[in-house]
Design a binder for this molecule. Structure first.
Ligand code: PGA
Length: 251
Protein backbone atom coordinates (compact mmCIF):
# COMPACT_ATOMS: atom_id res chain seq x y z
CA UNK A 1 0.00 0.00 0.00
CA UNK A 2 1.41 3.37 -1.00
CA UNK A 3 1.80 5.94 1.75
CA UNK A 4 2.29 9.55 0.70
CA UNK A 5 5.27 11.01 2.53
CA UNK A 6 4.97 14.19 4.58
CA UNK A 7 7.61 16.69 5.66
CA UNK A 8 6.30 18.81 8.53
CA UNK A 9 7.91 21.87 10.12
CA UNK A 10 7.22 22.45 13.80
CA UNK A 11 8.22 26.03 14.53
CA UNK A 12 7.52 25.62 18.26
CA UNK A 13 7.54 28.88 20.30
CA UNK A 14 9.77 30.71 17.82
CA UNK A 15 9.49 33.65 15.39
CA UNK A 16 7.66 36.95 15.70
CA UNK A 17 5.05 37.85 13.10
CA UNK A 18 7.55 39.46 10.73
CA UNK A 19 9.93 36.51 10.93
CA UNK A 20 7.09 34.04 10.38
CA UNK A 21 5.96 36.00 7.34
CA UNK A 22 9.48 36.10 5.90
CA UNK A 23 10.02 32.39 6.42
CA UNK A 24 6.67 31.50 4.84
CA UNK A 25 7.43 33.74 1.85
CA UNK A 26 10.86 32.19 1.37
CA UNK A 27 9.37 28.68 1.51
CA UNK A 28 6.70 29.70 -0.98
CA UNK A 29 9.38 30.97 -3.34
CA UNK A 30 11.56 27.88 -3.10
CA UNK A 31 8.93 25.15 -3.08
CA UNK A 32 8.65 22.77 -5.99
CA UNK A 33 4.87 22.88 -6.50
CA UNK A 34 4.92 19.55 -8.33
CA UNK A 35 6.28 17.78 -5.28
CA UNK A 36 4.90 14.26 -4.91
CA UNK A 37 4.76 14.36 -1.13
CA UNK A 38 3.01 16.62 1.36
CA UNK A 39 4.45 19.63 3.17
CA UNK A 40 2.98 20.94 6.39
CA UNK A 41 3.78 23.94 8.58
CA UNK A 42 2.98 24.25 12.28
CA UNK A 43 3.63 27.86 13.35
CA UNK A 44 2.70 29.15 16.80
CA UNK A 45 -0.97 30.06 17.31
CA UNK A 46 -0.53 33.79 16.77
CA UNK A 47 1.24 33.27 13.45
CA UNK A 48 -1.22 30.78 11.96
CA UNK A 49 -3.32 33.40 10.14
CA UNK A 50 -0.27 35.22 8.81
CA UNK A 51 1.19 32.01 7.40
CA UNK A 52 -2.18 30.88 6.04
CA UNK A 53 -2.48 34.07 3.99
CA UNK A 54 0.88 33.40 2.37
CA UNK A 55 0.52 29.69 1.67
CA UNK A 56 -3.13 29.81 0.57
CA UNK A 57 -3.32 28.30 -2.90
CA UNK A 58 -0.07 26.39 -2.45
CA UNK A 59 0.11 22.69 -1.68
CA UNK A 60 1.19 23.39 1.91
CA UNK A 61 -0.91 22.20 4.84
CA UNK A 62 -1.36 24.13 8.06
CA UNK A 63 -1.30 22.66 11.57
CA UNK A 64 -1.50 23.92 15.13
CA UNK A 65 1.02 22.61 17.65
CA UNK A 66 -1.59 21.89 20.32
CA UNK A 67 -5.22 22.60 21.14
CA UNK A 68 -7.90 22.30 23.79
CA UNK A 69 -10.20 19.28 23.90
CA UNK A 70 -13.12 21.65 24.47
CA UNK A 71 -14.93 23.45 21.64
CA UNK A 72 -15.61 26.69 23.49
CA UNK A 73 -16.32 28.25 26.85
CA UNK A 74 -14.59 29.44 29.99
CA UNK A 75 -11.13 27.95 29.40
CA UNK A 76 -8.79 30.91 29.77
CA UNK A 77 -5.68 30.68 27.66
CA UNK A 78 -6.82 27.75 25.54
CA UNK A 79 -7.41 27.54 21.78
CA UNK A 80 -10.22 25.39 20.45
CA UNK A 81 -10.48 23.03 17.48
CA UNK A 82 -13.28 25.19 16.07
CA UNK A 83 -11.05 28.26 16.15
CA UNK A 84 -8.27 26.33 14.43
CA UNK A 85 -10.56 25.13 11.66
CA UNK A 86 -11.87 28.65 11.23
CA UNK A 87 -8.44 30.07 10.39
CA UNK A 88 -7.57 27.28 7.99
CA UNK A 89 -5.84 24.54 9.96
CA UNK A 90 -6.38 21.03 8.65
CA UNK A 91 -4.04 19.27 11.08
CA UNK A 92 -3.04 19.49 14.73
CA UNK A 93 -0.02 18.08 16.56
CA UNK A 94 -1.13 16.20 19.67
CA UNK A 95 0.97 14.88 22.53
CA UNK A 96 4.30 16.37 21.46
CA UNK A 97 6.97 15.34 23.94
CA UNK A 98 7.30 18.94 25.14
CA UNK A 99 3.57 18.92 25.94
CA UNK A 100 3.98 15.62 27.77
CA UNK A 101 7.21 16.31 29.62
CA UNK A 102 7.13 20.08 30.22
CA UNK A 103 3.38 20.58 30.61
CA UNK A 104 2.40 17.23 32.09
CA UNK A 105 0.08 15.97 29.37
CA UNK A 106 -0.91 12.39 30.06
CA UNK A 107 -2.17 9.68 27.72
CA UNK A 108 -5.68 10.45 29.00
CA UNK A 109 -5.37 14.10 27.92
CA UNK A 110 -3.84 13.05 24.60
CA UNK A 111 -6.81 10.74 24.02
CA UNK A 112 -9.30 13.53 24.77
CA UNK A 113 -7.55 15.85 22.33
CA UNK A 114 -7.42 13.21 19.59
CA UNK A 115 -11.16 12.68 20.00
CA UNK A 116 -11.81 16.43 19.86
CA UNK A 117 -9.66 16.80 16.74
CA UNK A 118 -11.45 13.98 14.93
CA UNK A 119 -14.87 15.32 15.93
CA UNK A 120 -13.91 18.65 14.38
CA UNK A 121 -12.38 17.16 11.22
CA UNK A 122 -8.81 18.07 12.11
CA UNK A 123 -6.24 15.39 11.32
CA UNK A 124 -4.21 14.59 14.43
CA UNK A 125 -0.46 14.10 14.25
CA UNK A 126 0.02 11.94 17.32
CA UNK A 127 3.52 12.14 18.83
CA UNK A 128 4.98 9.28 20.82
CA UNK A 129 8.49 8.49 21.98
CA UNK A 130 10.69 7.24 24.79
CA UNK A 131 13.11 9.15 27.01
CA UNK A 132 16.82 8.31 27.17
CA UNK A 133 16.32 6.62 30.52
CA UNK A 134 13.54 4.48 29.12
CA UNK A 135 15.64 3.51 26.10
CA UNK A 136 18.65 2.64 28.25
CA UNK A 137 16.46 0.48 30.47
CA UNK A 138 15.01 -1.42 27.51
CA UNK A 139 11.58 0.13 27.97
CA UNK A 140 11.25 1.72 24.53
CA UNK A 141 8.71 -0.74 23.14
CA UNK A 142 6.68 -0.77 26.34
CA UNK A 143 6.46 3.03 26.33
CA UNK A 144 5.43 3.17 22.68
CA UNK A 145 2.83 0.47 23.25
CA UNK A 146 1.35 2.29 26.27
CA UNK A 147 1.27 5.66 24.51
CA UNK A 148 -0.42 4.22 21.43
CA UNK A 149 -2.96 2.26 23.44
CA UNK A 150 -3.74 5.33 25.56
CA UNK A 151 -4.08 7.67 22.60
CA UNK A 152 -6.45 5.34 20.73
CA UNK A 153 -8.65 4.39 23.70
CA UNK A 154 -12.34 4.10 22.71
CA UNK A 155 -11.73 5.06 19.10
CA UNK A 156 -12.87 2.93 16.17
CA UNK A 157 -10.76 2.18 13.11
CA UNK A 158 -13.03 4.39 11.05
CA UNK A 159 -12.54 7.33 13.42
CA UNK A 160 -8.76 7.13 13.31
CA UNK A 161 -8.47 6.24 9.64
CA UNK A 162 -6.60 9.46 8.73
CA UNK A 163 -4.42 9.84 11.79
CA UNK A 164 -0.68 10.39 11.38
CA UNK A 165 1.75 9.04 13.98
CA UNK A 166 5.10 10.71 14.68
CA UNK A 167 7.77 8.66 16.41
CA UNK A 168 9.97 11.17 18.23
CA UNK A 169 12.49 9.75 20.69
CA UNK A 170 12.67 12.38 23.43
CA UNK A 171 16.47 12.05 23.63
CA UNK A 172 16.76 13.11 19.99
CA UNK A 173 14.58 16.22 20.14
CA UNK A 174 16.57 19.43 19.94
CA UNK A 175 19.71 17.64 21.10
CA UNK A 176 21.47 17.16 17.78
CA UNK A 177 21.46 13.41 18.53
CA UNK A 178 19.45 11.78 15.77
CA UNK A 179 18.35 8.19 15.94
CA UNK A 180 20.36 6.24 13.39
CA UNK A 181 18.37 5.23 10.33
CA UNK A 182 18.37 1.65 11.71
CA UNK A 183 17.15 2.71 15.15
CA UNK A 184 14.39 4.78 13.58
CA UNK A 185 13.39 1.98 11.19
CA UNK A 186 13.27 -0.54 14.09
CA UNK A 187 10.98 1.70 16.14
CA UNK A 188 8.75 2.38 13.14
CA UNK A 189 8.38 -1.33 12.44
CA UNK A 190 7.40 -1.83 16.07
CA UNK A 191 4.87 1.03 15.91
CA UNK A 192 3.37 -0.40 12.73
CA UNK A 193 3.03 -3.82 14.39
CA UNK A 194 1.22 -2.19 17.30
CA UNK A 195 -1.10 -0.37 14.90
CA UNK A 196 -1.81 -3.73 13.29
CA UNK A 197 -2.58 -5.24 16.68
CA UNK A 198 -4.98 -2.37 17.42
CA UNK A 199 -6.80 -2.06 14.09
CA UNK A 200 -5.55 -4.69 11.67
CA UNK A 201 -3.17 -4.90 8.75
CA UNK A 202 -4.90 -2.49 6.34
CA UNK A 203 -4.83 0.26 8.90
CA UNK A 204 -1.20 -0.41 9.82
CA UNK A 205 -0.08 -0.44 6.20
CA UNK A 206 -1.91 2.75 5.27
CA UNK A 207 -1.03 4.85 8.33
CA UNK A 208 1.86 7.24 7.95
CA UNK A 209 4.56 7.20 10.60
CA UNK A 210 6.83 10.25 10.62
CA UNK A 211 10.20 10.40 12.35
CA UNK A 212 11.16 13.42 14.47
CA UNK A 213 14.24 14.35 16.49
CA UNK A 214 17.16 16.39 15.11
CA UNK A 215 16.22 15.82 11.49
CA UNK A 216 18.68 17.85 9.43
CA UNK A 217 19.94 18.46 5.93
CA UNK A 218 22.75 15.99 6.73
CA UNK A 219 20.51 13.05 7.67
CA UNK A 220 17.16 13.49 5.90
CA UNK A 221 18.09 11.50 2.78
CA UNK A 222 19.27 8.48 4.76
CA UNK A 223 16.27 8.59 7.07
CA UNK A 224 13.78 8.82 4.22
CA UNK A 225 15.45 5.84 2.54
CA UNK A 226 14.11 3.61 5.33
CA UNK A 227 11.02 1.71 4.16
CA UNK A 228 8.90 2.43 7.23
CA UNK A 229 9.71 6.13 7.53
CA UNK A 230 6.90 8.00 5.83
CA UNK A 231 8.14 11.49 6.51
CA UNK A 232 9.66 13.75 9.11
CA UNK A 233 8.58 16.18 11.80
CA UNK A 234 11.29 18.81 11.83
CA UNK A 235 11.90 21.36 14.59
CA UNK A 236 15.07 23.46 14.60
CA UNK A 237 15.97 22.81 10.97
CA UNK A 238 12.54 24.06 9.82
CA UNK A 239 13.29 27.61 11.02
CA UNK A 240 15.78 28.43 8.26
CA UNK A 241 14.30 28.59 4.79
CA UNK A 242 17.29 27.28 2.84
CA UNK A 243 17.80 24.33 5.17
CA UNK A 244 14.15 23.43 5.44
CA UNK A 245 13.74 23.64 1.66
CA UNK A 246 16.57 21.12 1.28
CA UNK A 247 14.89 18.86 3.84
CA UNK A 248 11.56 19.20 2.02
CA UNK A 249 13.18 18.32 -1.29
CA UNK A 250 14.98 15.26 0.10
CA UNK A 251 16.49 12.76 -2.28
P1 PGA B 1 14.03 19.01 16.50
O1 PGA B 1 12.50 18.93 16.99
O2 PGA B 1 14.02 18.75 15.01
O3 PGA B 1 14.46 20.40 16.82
O4 PGA B 1 14.78 17.97 17.24
C1 PGA B 1 11.62 17.98 16.46
C2 PGA B 1 10.29 18.06 17.15
O5 PGA B 1 10.26 18.32 18.36
O6 PGA B 1 9.23 17.88 16.53
Amino acid sequence: MERKAMIAGNWKMNLNSKEAEELALALKKGLDVDLKHEVLLAPGFINLSIVKKIIGGLPILLAAQNMSWENKGAFTGEVSPIQLRDIGCTHVIIGHSERRHVFGETDVIVNKKIKAAIKNSLTPILCIGETLDERENQKTYRVLETQLKGAFEDLSEEQVSNIIVAYEPVWAIGTGKTATPDQAQDAHVFVRKELERLYGDDFAQSTRILYGGSVKVENIDQLMAQPDLDGALVGGESLKADKFLRVIHYQ
